[in-house]
Design a protein around this ligand. Structure first.
Ligand code: ZN
Length: 269
Protein backbone atom coordinates (compact mmCIF):
# COMPACT_ATOMS: atom_id res chain seq x y z
CA UNK A 1 0.00 0.00 0.00
CA UNK A 2 2.78 2.32 1.02
CA UNK A 3 4.74 1.69 -2.17
CA UNK A 4 1.63 2.23 -4.23
CA UNK A 5 0.99 5.60 -2.54
CA UNK A 6 4.61 6.61 -3.00
CA UNK A 7 4.42 5.71 -6.69
CA UNK A 8 1.27 7.81 -7.10
CA UNK A 9 2.92 10.73 -5.28
CA UNK A 10 6.03 10.43 -7.47
CA UNK A 11 3.90 10.37 -10.62
CA UNK A 12 2.01 13.47 -9.46
CA UNK A 13 5.22 15.29 -8.66
CA UNK A 14 6.68 14.40 -12.02
CA UNK A 15 3.52 15.61 -13.72
CA UNK A 16 3.53 18.94 -11.95
CA UNK A 17 7.27 19.43 -11.89
CA UNK A 18 7.30 20.10 -8.14
CA UNK A 19 10.20 17.74 -7.55
CA UNK A 20 12.42 19.21 -10.21
CA UNK A 21 12.18 22.97 -9.84
CA UNK A 22 15.30 24.43 -11.41
CA UNK A 23 17.19 27.69 -11.24
CA UNK A 24 18.25 29.25 -14.55
CA UNK A 25 22.01 29.38 -15.22
CA UNK A 26 23.93 32.28 -13.66
CA UNK A 27 24.37 33.98 -17.04
CA UNK A 28 20.59 34.18 -17.45
CA UNK A 29 19.85 35.51 -13.98
CA UNK A 30 17.90 38.75 -13.91
CA UNK A 31 19.16 42.02 -12.52
CA UNK A 32 17.47 43.39 -9.43
CA UNK A 33 15.11 46.31 -9.81
CA UNK A 34 17.11 49.53 -9.29
CA UNK A 35 17.44 51.29 -5.92
CA UNK A 36 15.67 48.66 -3.86
CA UNK A 37 12.34 49.29 -5.56
CA UNK A 38 9.84 46.89 -6.99
CA UNK A 39 9.31 47.62 -10.66
CA UNK A 40 6.23 46.69 -12.65
CA UNK A 41 5.94 46.83 -16.43
CA UNK A 42 2.52 46.50 -18.06
CA UNK A 43 2.52 44.76 -21.47
CA UNK A 44 -1.13 45.60 -22.10
CA UNK A 45 -4.23 43.49 -21.34
CA UNK A 46 -3.50 41.37 -18.20
CA UNK A 47 0.23 40.92 -18.85
CA UNK A 48 2.80 42.27 -16.38
CA UNK A 49 6.50 41.80 -15.67
CA UNK A 50 7.41 42.32 -12.00
CA UNK A 51 11.02 42.86 -10.87
CA UNK A 52 11.69 42.69 -7.13
CA UNK A 53 14.51 44.28 -5.10
CA UNK A 54 15.90 40.76 -4.47
CA UNK A 55 16.19 40.08 -8.20
CA UNK A 56 13.11 37.95 -8.81
CA UNK A 57 11.51 38.46 -12.22
CA UNK A 58 7.91 37.32 -12.41
CA UNK A 59 5.78 37.39 -15.55
CA UNK A 60 2.00 37.33 -15.09
CA UNK A 61 -0.33 36.21 -17.91
CA UNK A 62 2.35 36.94 -20.53
CA UNK A 63 0.34 37.52 -23.69
CA UNK A 64 3.35 39.41 -24.99
CA UNK A 65 1.95 39.59 -28.53
CA UNK A 66 -1.35 41.22 -27.62
CA UNK A 67 -2.58 44.04 -29.89
CA UNK A 68 -1.55 46.75 -27.39
CA UNK A 69 1.86 45.27 -26.45
CA UNK A 70 4.86 47.59 -26.77
CA UNK A 71 5.97 47.41 -30.39
CA UNK A 72 9.41 45.95 -30.90
CA UNK A 73 10.21 45.75 -27.19
CA UNK A 74 12.49 42.84 -26.41
CA UNK A 75 11.07 40.08 -24.27
CA UNK A 76 12.55 39.85 -20.77
CA UNK A 77 15.76 37.86 -21.03
CA UNK A 78 15.59 36.21 -17.67
CA UNK A 79 12.43 35.19 -15.86
CA UNK A 80 12.16 33.13 -12.67
CA UNK A 81 8.42 32.46 -12.62
CA UNK A 82 5.49 32.72 -15.00
CA UNK A 83 2.08 32.91 -13.31
CA UNK A 84 -0.94 32.00 -15.43
CA UNK A 85 -4.36 32.86 -14.04
CA UNK A 86 -6.38 30.58 -16.36
CA UNK A 87 -6.34 28.77 -19.68
CA UNK A 88 -7.85 31.34 -22.06
CA UNK A 89 -5.53 32.31 -24.92
CA UNK A 90 -5.33 35.95 -23.88
CA UNK A 91 -3.79 34.89 -20.54
CA UNK A 92 -1.66 31.86 -21.42
CA UNK A 93 -0.26 33.96 -24.27
CA UNK A 94 3.41 33.16 -24.93
CA UNK A 95 4.00 31.35 -21.60
CA UNK A 96 5.44 28.28 -23.27
CA UNK A 97 7.86 30.20 -25.49
CA UNK A 98 8.92 32.43 -22.60
CA UNK A 99 9.52 29.41 -20.35
CA UNK A 100 11.57 27.74 -23.05
CA UNK A 101 13.66 30.86 -23.64
CA UNK A 102 14.31 31.69 -19.99
CA UNK A 103 13.98 28.42 -18.07
CA UNK A 104 11.28 29.98 -15.85
CA UNK A 105 8.96 27.81 -13.81
CA UNK A 106 5.35 27.97 -14.96
CA UNK A 107 2.70 28.22 -12.22
CA UNK A 108 -1.00 27.63 -12.78
CA UNK A 109 -3.98 25.51 -11.84
CA UNK A 110 -3.08 21.79 -11.78
CA UNK A 111 -5.31 20.85 -14.74
CA UNK A 112 -4.03 23.72 -16.90
CA UNK A 113 -0.38 22.89 -16.25
CA UNK A 114 -1.08 19.23 -17.08
CA UNK A 115 -2.46 20.31 -20.48
CA UNK A 116 0.17 22.92 -21.26
CA UNK A 117 3.11 20.63 -22.02
CA UNK A 118 5.87 22.53 -20.22
CA UNK A 119 7.39 19.37 -18.74
CA UNK A 120 9.38 19.73 -15.55
CA UNK A 121 9.04 23.53 -15.66
CA UNK A 122 5.36 23.26 -14.70
CA UNK A 123 4.14 23.77 -11.16
CA UNK A 124 0.47 22.78 -11.07
CA UNK A 125 -1.27 23.89 -7.90
CA UNK A 126 -4.55 25.41 -6.76
CA UNK A 127 -6.17 27.99 -4.49
CA UNK A 128 -4.36 27.87 -1.14
CA UNK A 129 -0.99 26.97 -2.68
CA UNK A 130 1.98 29.12 -1.59
CA UNK A 131 5.39 29.26 -3.25
CA UNK A 132 8.60 31.17 -2.60
CA UNK A 133 10.51 32.67 -5.52
CA UNK A 134 13.57 34.52 -4.15
CA UNK A 135 12.17 37.50 -2.16
CA UNK A 136 8.60 36.98 -3.40
CA UNK A 137 5.95 34.76 -1.83
CA UNK A 138 3.24 33.79 -4.26
CA UNK A 139 -0.23 32.74 -3.15
CA UNK A 140 -2.93 31.19 -5.35
CA UNK A 141 -6.29 32.82 -4.56
CA UNK A 142 -9.87 32.51 -5.76
CA UNK A 143 -11.26 34.03 -8.98
CA UNK A 144 -14.79 33.79 -10.36
CA UNK A 145 -14.56 33.03 -14.07
CA UNK A 146 -14.10 29.93 -16.28
CA UNK A 147 -11.04 28.20 -17.63
CA UNK A 148 -10.39 26.07 -20.70
CA UNK A 149 -7.32 25.58 -22.85
CA UNK A 150 -6.80 24.89 -26.54
CA UNK A 151 -3.27 24.37 -27.84
CA UNK A 152 -4.17 26.19 -31.07
CA UNK A 153 -7.16 27.60 -32.95
CA UNK A 154 -8.06 24.23 -34.51
CA UNK A 155 -8.10 22.27 -31.23
CA UNK A 156 -11.22 21.78 -29.12
CA UNK A 157 -10.83 23.63 -25.81
CA UNK A 158 -10.38 21.33 -22.83
CA UNK A 159 -11.35 21.82 -19.19
CA UNK A 160 -8.41 23.56 -17.52
CA UNK A 161 -9.39 23.52 -13.83
CA UNK A 162 -10.32 26.57 -11.76
CA UNK A 163 -9.34 30.12 -12.68
CA UNK A 164 -7.16 31.76 -10.03
CA UNK A 165 -5.76 35.10 -8.96
CA UNK A 166 -2.35 35.69 -7.37
CA UNK A 167 -1.12 37.58 -4.34
CA UNK A 168 2.61 38.35 -4.47
CA UNK A 169 4.18 39.45 -1.18
CA UNK A 170 7.53 41.10 -1.82
CA UNK A 171 10.09 41.52 0.98
CA UNK A 172 10.71 45.24 1.56
CA UNK A 173 8.20 45.93 -1.20
CA UNK A 174 4.50 46.06 -1.97
CA UNK A 175 2.01 43.22 -1.75
CA UNK A 176 0.48 42.87 -5.21
CA UNK A 177 -2.86 41.28 -6.00
CA UNK A 178 -3.46 40.31 -9.64
CA UNK A 179 -7.12 39.33 -9.83
CA UNK A 180 -6.93 37.53 -13.18
CA UNK A 181 -10.23 37.48 -15.01
CA UNK A 182 -12.96 37.68 -12.43
CA UNK A 183 -16.33 39.05 -11.50
CA UNK A 184 -16.85 40.74 -8.16
CA UNK A 185 -17.04 38.30 -5.24
CA UNK A 186 -17.46 38.84 -1.52
CA UNK A 187 -14.38 36.76 -0.56
CA UNK A 188 -12.25 39.63 -1.85
CA UNK A 189 -12.77 40.89 1.71
CA UNK A 190 -10.99 37.74 2.95
CA UNK A 191 -8.13 38.27 0.49
CA UNK A 192 -7.90 41.83 1.86
CA UNK A 193 -7.87 40.71 5.49
CA UNK A 194 -5.50 37.81 4.99
CA UNK A 195 -2.86 39.40 2.77
CA UNK A 196 -3.43 43.16 3.05
CA UNK A 197 -2.51 43.87 -0.60
CA UNK A 198 -1.22 47.40 -1.18
CA UNK A 199 -1.63 47.39 -4.97
CA UNK A 200 -4.37 45.56 -6.91
CA UNK A 201 -4.39 44.87 -10.63
CA UNK A 202 -8.09 44.64 -11.41
CA UNK A 203 -9.89 43.98 -14.71
CA UNK A 204 -12.26 46.82 -15.62
CA UNK A 205 -13.22 46.09 -19.24
CA UNK A 206 -16.53 44.35 -18.44
CA UNK A 207 -18.28 41.70 -20.59
CA UNK A 208 -15.99 38.83 -19.45
CA UNK A 209 -14.95 40.41 -16.14
CA UNK A 210 -15.81 43.18 -13.69
CA UNK A 211 -16.64 46.58 -15.11
CA UNK A 212 -15.52 49.80 -13.40
CA UNK A 213 -18.45 49.95 -10.90
CA UNK A 214 -17.65 46.42 -9.71
CA UNK A 215 -13.94 47.21 -9.53
CA UNK A 216 -14.73 50.19 -7.27
CA UNK A 217 -16.60 47.82 -4.94
CA UNK A 218 -13.70 45.36 -5.13
CA UNK A 219 -11.32 48.09 -3.97
CA UNK A 220 -13.50 48.65 -0.90
CA UNK A 221 -13.62 44.94 -0.07
CA UNK A 222 -9.85 44.59 -0.52
CA UNK A 223 -9.13 47.82 1.43
CA UNK A 224 -6.37 48.45 -1.09
CA UNK A 225 -4.56 51.80 -1.54
CA UNK A 226 -3.68 51.69 -5.23
CA UNK A 227 -5.48 50.19 -8.23
CA UNK A 228 -3.91 49.34 -11.56
CA UNK A 229 -6.73 48.92 -14.09
CA UNK A 230 -6.20 46.20 -16.71
CA UNK A 231 -8.08 44.03 -19.22
CA UNK A 232 -9.71 46.95 -21.04
CA UNK A 233 -9.40 48.43 -24.50
CA UNK A 234 -7.73 45.37 -26.05
CA UNK A 235 -10.89 44.38 -27.94
CA UNK A 236 -13.94 46.51 -28.77
CA UNK A 237 -16.00 44.45 -26.28
CA UNK A 238 -13.90 45.59 -23.32
CA UNK A 239 -15.40 49.05 -22.96
CA UNK A 240 -14.60 49.94 -19.32
CA UNK A 241 -11.90 52.56 -18.73
CA UNK A 242 -9.69 53.98 -15.95
CA UNK A 243 -11.65 57.24 -16.26
CA UNK A 244 -14.90 55.40 -15.49
CA UNK A 245 -13.16 53.65 -12.59
CA UNK A 246 -12.22 57.03 -11.09
CA UNK A 247 -15.84 58.16 -11.44
CA UNK A 248 -17.17 55.01 -9.78
CA UNK A 249 -14.69 55.30 -6.91
CA UNK A 250 -15.90 58.84 -6.29
CA UNK A 251 -19.52 57.65 -6.17
CA UNK A 252 -18.74 55.12 -3.42
CA UNK A 253 -16.27 57.50 -1.72
CA UNK A 254 -13.51 54.96 -2.30
CA UNK A 255 -10.10 56.11 -1.10
CA UNK A 256 -8.04 54.01 -3.52
CA UNK A 257 -5.90 55.82 -6.07
CA UNK A 258 -6.01 54.76 -9.72
CA UNK A 259 -2.51 54.22 -11.09
CA UNK A 260 -2.57 54.11 -14.88
CA UNK A 261 0.53 52.37 -16.13
CA UNK A 262 2.01 53.35 -19.45
CA UNK A 263 2.40 50.22 -21.55
CA UNK A 264 6.02 49.10 -21.79
CA UNK A 265 7.36 51.60 -19.25
CA UNK A 266 8.80 50.15 -16.02
CA UNK A 267 7.16 51.83 -13.03
CA UNK A 268 8.49 51.75 -9.46
CA UNK A 269 5.92 50.82 -6.83
ZN1 ZN B 1 -10.72 34.59 -19.49
Amino acid sequence: MRTKLAAVAMALMALTGVASAQTPPASARPKAAPSGKTEVTWWGHAAFIVRTPGGAVIAIDPWLQNPTAPKGAPWPEAVDAILITHGHFDHVGQSKELAKKTGAQVFGCYELISLLGVGDKGVGANVGGTFKVKDATIHFVEAVHSSSYAADEKSTPQYAGAPVGYVIQIENGPTLYHAGDTGLFSSMATIGEQFKPTVAMLPVGGHFTMHPADAAQAARLLKVQRLIPMHYGTFPLLTGSPEQLRGELKKVRGAAKVVELEIGKPTAL
